[in-house]
Design a protein around this ligand. Sequence first.
Ligand code: CTP
Length: 398
Amino acid sequence: MFQGKKILIGITGSIAAYKTVLLVRELVKQGAEVKVVMTSAAKDFVTPLTLSTLSKNSVTADLFENDSWANHVMLGRWADVMVIAPLSCNTLGKMAHGLCDNLLLAVYLSATCPVFVAPAMDDDMWHHPSTKENLKKINDFGNHIIPAEKGELASGLFGDGRMAEVQTILATLQSHFNYQKELSGKKALITAGPTYELLDPVRFIGNHSSGKMGVAIANELVKRGAEVTLVLGPSNVSVDEKKIKTFHVTSAEEMYEVCIKQFPEMNLAVMAAAVADYTPVNTFSEKIKKNDGNLVLELQKTKDILKSLGQIKKEKQLLVGFALETKNEAEYAKSKLKDKNADIIVLNSLRDKGAGFGTDTNKITIFEKSGAATTYDQKDKALVAKDIVDVIVKNIYA
Ligand code: CTP
């Protein structure tokens, strides 16, 4: 399964390191060439001798060994992939802040290959705001996080923070290597985030969309080889603009203008933005001053971008819309498929916890024009994006 792959394993100080011994064994068994770098704290849990025997390579831990300098740059460049498992809270913090006080961190900082991390910590540490912030940071740096699981912890407590099982790590690596550039040569247009409809120079009508779901889909499409254009409303989500051509817009009208212009060139479009349905008839050029009476705002309908693209869609173009509902979810989603001439509608229900705006997770049902409807478990938005793109790939070649 991993024949000829060069895999660099980084081990940090955590009891979960015992699982990494099995991971190394399994990777070697499946044909990978494995090298191991460990921190000195990791040596308290598993020995370099065990790992060098299993990996059939010498294990390095120090920047200087036997008077010679360990070439961390070459190790980072040698690997097809680096996997830090377990990732302790301490090393996570250092990765998030660019610290470099051991060989493992030097290798990580100079690695040119994709880096996967499998965090392991106790429940309280896992839920600490600094852990969340650091994970977000290293995720934004482009590292791949193999989420910790719920289960029995070294402390004897039951909770979150248990390192992913060896089989999960192997499956993640396998799907990384198997990733086919199925969408090579395809052009994709994505909308994401909210829109802001200006009332006056300081106020707007907006919504709570973060843009996370749309950006996750854009990232996934890039991974599958598509050339991606993103039209992003006001959002704090970071976008790798070297890989994704990004138009930053504010209002529904601006988003519409860009989409209408770009769509004819596209093979597929995913409308994940939460576009305002109404916009003020008048935007005041000066700040609206309060007075004694009520303020009545007159709103007019915005252009429905998804529907407009549905009207000009050519036979070979694939159009994906979203539906966020609070009741009669399936019924509304199916009618959106038809009304907007979409090929796929991704439904999230606000009745599901962990779905919708602002969260890191989502829970979706995908409705296809063929009549198929598939409901998925609640997942991290990056994994939800993978499910959505799987369905896109299936439909685009149908
Ligand atoms: N959409 C759009 N342009 C708009 C409004 C919505 O492109 N002006 C897109 C969204 O990006 C999403 C889908 O349409 O893909 C959502 O459909 P919509 O009918 O707007 O959903 P709701 O706002 O939930 O509709 P309703 O208020 O009718 O339930």
